[in-house]
Design a protein around this ligand. Structure first.
Ligand SMILES: [Cu+2]
Length: 66
């Protein structure tokens, strides 16, 4: 599981955009995005760089949570 802190989400539409972007990443199996905390969790064999790039393409920014 990979956890990311996503910046810039303000409403459920943002959550949906980020969730769909993460689901489109190769290897992504289950995606949960929480608006309140800004935390996205992704299950599957995924590459961190691709997850962050997908979020940035939607206009948000993200960083891995250690
Ligand atoms: Cu929004």
């Amino acid at each position: 599981m990979v956890a990311l802190k996503v910046k810039g989400m303000t409403c459920n539409h943002c959550v949906k955009s980020v969730k769909e972007a993460l689901e489109s990443v190769e290897g992504s199996q289950d995606v949960r995005v929480d608006l309140g905390s800004g935390i996205a969790k992704i299950d599957g064999q995924v590459e961190l760089d691709k997850l962050i790039a997908a979020i940035e393409e939607e206009g948000y920014s993200a960083s891995a949570i250690a």
